[in-house]
Design a protein around this ligand. Sequence first.
Ligand code: 5GP
Ligand code: ZN
Length: 115
Amino acid sequence: MSHDPNCIFCKIVADQIPSKKVHEDEDLLVFHDIHPWAPVHILLIPKLHIASMADLQPEHAALMGKMTVLVPQLMKQLGVTNGFRTVVNTGSDGGQEVFHLHMHAMGGPRPWAKG
Ligand code: 5GP
Ligand code: ZN
């Protein structure tokens, strides 16, 4: 399924739900997390509806590579100069709450990142 009408992040991609966008291109959308855990907390998502990392297929390799390479560029753009944390929660035991694959990128002064 390329678009799931019941998926909150597909609705953000379709501009049916507003978001504070950081980056958009033909494959990816990046926006600020609505409940940030860090001074800078962004979510990188493929526009394509992929439910979780567990659903990745070999043809998604370039997409995921593009997403990963974008992280340091955007963190720099957002003023994060002293390191950041990336997290991909996968499945219910992995703590995933929104079932549209996303990468969290978090930065800014600690102590938010402890533990
Ligand atoms: P997960 O636990 O699935 O890895 O993380 C989902 C993240 O999506 C959470 O950090 C949550 O705050 C964020 N989130 C959920 N709904 C929305 C929304 O409507 N807008 C934005 N910007 N973030 C959301
Ligand atoms: Zn979706």
